[in-house]
Ligand binder design. Sequence first.
Ligand SMILES: [Zn+2]
Length: 314
Amino acid sequence: MSEINTWIFQGNPQFFDVDTYIKKHKYIWWSLRQEHFLDRIELDDEVFLWRSDGNNRGTGGILAKTRVVSLPAERINDETTQNYWYTDEWKNPYLAVKLEVLQVRWEDGFISRLALLEHPVLKRLLILRQRTQTNYLLLPEHAIELQNLWNSSNSNMQNELDSNDMENLIDGEVTETEQEQVIKSRIGQSAFKKALLAIEKKCNLCGVVDERFLIASHIKPWSQSNNQERLDVNNGLLLCPNHDSLFDKGYISFDDGGTILISDSLDVATKVFLNINETMKIDLKVEQQKYMKWHRDNLFKIMNNTTINKLAIE
Ligand SMILES: [Zn+2]
């Protein structure tokens, strides 16, 4: 029997950008909401991170293994972590535990909720029955089964590379921009950008042509794409920093004809200064439409924090 505790901590992608947070940082903070666990958490405890399915049914499950590196303490979000919240909740001080991200599995080795429901032992995990908690302490027999399942799940080469590269992302020592560059180079940004530059020479929405400021954005985000989609040049859109930021965060999207869609949450001044208006249009190729539909349905914020999917479900 192991001496350390094994936990599952849950995050909801409807409120918090779980994927990007885990992807970008080797050290992360997680809420301790079940305060009766305050005295149970020990340094070096093992924590599996569970991303709930939010509004995408069937996507929930365990995507990372981490280790506790600080005991629970009250924390206030800093500029880095507040940006991952979709709600105002970041403003509140909260009880948090610092975790070191050890392994992340986006596809191969990801343990889905559906798979756990079929597992002879793990189907009894509390998180499958009481889904709304943040922190779950596993029974020893569940911990052993989950460790075995995680260790036996195939992690392909890509995952190994990812975790190696993550070693270089030391929180706080590199700036956000540098981290972004590391991430983007890790995913073959340069090759992807080169391929895009061969087709497009400037920002799709404005006149920025200086290659140093052009960003090869994935229309369907890298974290949500399979390997083929990650490298498919049709899943790319060349944009300047302002337009990339708006698109990346879902404040603009495009219809099948390429006409811009602008979130109602942007005021007139923001639109003027970030250089967007309702008459803008891009040349959207047929091959790009499926990716843009995904962006529109899942990322585009019609109103503040409201996507089409969310509207459809509620
Ligand atoms: Zn632009």
